[in-house]
Design a protein around this ligand. Sequence first.
Ligand code: SF4
Length: 51
Amino acid sequence: MALDNVKCNVSNCRYWEQEHCTASAIEVNVDDGGNRADRFEKTNCRTFEDQ
Ligand code: SF4
């Protein structure tokens, strides 16, 4: 079952299904550490797993 209202474009993640995430929960971090991102490109999903 997909996480409600979470759209994802990482199509090679094992949890990805038709632009939605099927993980039970996700963790998102800032690329270079810390807790503030300048823009969305600097964020990433730590729950990602390659297929
Ligand atoms: S775990 Fe992260 S990268 Fe994978 S589908 Fe879900 S939101 Fe996308």
